[in-house]
Design a protein around this ligand. Structure first.
Ligand code: SAH
Length: 369
């Protein structure tokens, strides 16, 4: 071996040593310094990533055993008053074919989901003015009346605190609102000027304060994202302490201003899932649809990197292709709630099983805290 090669190998070993040391420290102290996160994220290679995933799996198993929580996702509307540059259902996308579900449609989906074994319904949608507080409360309370043993999660965007309070009183238990990026300047480069970073963050703190189990999250590889911003996301999440964090790779949609941008990396998404698992062992961490779209075994790889939740699609078949947040979004096969049996087979093949519980956060103290 030449001197140069030996030198290279020494450097690699040293780097590997430093990376595994950081992973050990993260597991032990649940946090790193900003510069350390940046170094870790930028230095992970195949060998150190498998070390990280093994630790993340071990941590996840110590809290959740081999159970994977499931949620039935109902995409209630693709009308949206917002114009996020990355999103296929943004207001300015004239090519999007719009739809909204009626209350009856939603209750039918939930009934079907219940039969399939789902005990959480997630209602997600664009910010559609048709869904007034009154309509949302009515739907939430009907779901709770019909299926009292189920949790209802909302993911319908930014609202006034009073609206969030009303939904909570109507029986909503959880709310998903990704922060998208924790850097204000980066947020402004992903959204038009009418949207405010401060407002979005305020919504998350309001939701937590009201007593919801709260899900935040961000896209990996969104245009302009740097490793510094990812470290900022980790610091923000450490401060917020949400119950859930949804992350997935950014995937371009051809009818948006970011249609020509590169997709986010699956590996980097898996690295961040595993880092989040070590930071917050009790976190609900979904293997998201975007991860399943980016790679056909994305869900499994997510679980093997520490994820513990899957959210198959329960929307009526005829609208599924219309909730197109990004090109190629999958909604059939194991993504579809109807294929719960297939999903079960796939998670069993990697040593897990689907839970038949509501799957509340272990940190949640119940509605009357
Ligand atoms: N209107 C709701 C739901 C938004 S859709 C809200 O504001 O919370 C749910 C998530 O999909 C978004 O928060 C975003 O992180 C993700 N998403 C949207 N467009 C995407 C894209 N092009 N690639 C990957 N994820 C995307």
């Amino acid at each position: 071996m030449s001197e140069k090669k030996r030198e290279e190998e020494r450097r690699r070993n040293q780097e590997h040593g430093k990376v595994t040391e950081l992973i050990d420290r993260l597991q032990e102290r649940k946090m790193l310094e900003r510069e350390e996160f940046i170094y870790l994220i930028d230095s992970l290679d195949e060998a150190s990533a498998s070390y990280l995933y093994a630790k993340a799996r071990e941590t996840s198993k110590s809290v959740f055993g081999n159970e994977i929580y499931t949620r039935g996702l109902i995409e209630i509307t693709n009308f949206c008053r917002n114009d996020c540059y990355y999103c296929g259902i943004r207001r300015s996308n004239r090519n999007a074919v719009r739809y909204r579900l009626t209350k009856e449609d939603i209750l039918l989906c939930a009934g079907e989901g219940y039969e399939l074994g789902f005990r959480t319904f997630v209602l997600q949608g664009g910010e559609d003015p048709y869904f007034t507080d009154e309509r949302i409360c009515d739907i939430v309370s009907s779901l709770r009346e019909n299926w009292p043993d189920c949790a209802v999660t909302l993911s319908v965007g930014e609202k006034e605190r009073a609206s969030y309070e009303a939904y909570f009183r109507a029986g909503a238990d959880r709310y998903l609102l990704r922060h998208e990026t924790a850097d204000c300047g980066h947020y402004e480069s992903l959204h038009p000027s009418g949207m405010s970073f401060q407002r979005r963050i305020q919504c998350l703190y309001d939701l937590k304060d009201i007593g919801y189990q709260v899900g935040a999250g961000f896209m990996v590889g969104s245009p302009g994202q740097t490793t510094e911003y990812l470290a900022e996301d980790l610091f923000f999440l450490h401060a917020l302490q949400p119950h859930m964090v949804g992350i997935g790779p950014f995937l371009p949609h051809h009818d948006t201003p970011f249609g020509g941008e590169a997709a986010g990396s699956t590996d980097r998404t898996l690295h961040l899932l595993a880092i989040l698992r070590l930071m917050m062992p009790e976190l609900l961490l979904p293997a998201t649809t975007a991860l399943g779209t980016a790679s056909s075994d994305g869900r499994e790889r997510g679980i093997l990197a520490g994820a513990n939740v899957v959210m198959p699609n329960l929307s009526p078949a005829e609208v599924r292709r219309k909730y197109m947040l990004y090109d190629g979004k999958v909604s059939d096969g194991a993504e579809s709630a109807q294929a719960r049996a297939e999903l079960e087979k796939r998670v069993r093949a990697i040593g897990y099983r689907l839970s038949d519980s509501r799957g509340d956060s272990p940190l949640w103290k119940g509605r009357d805290r």
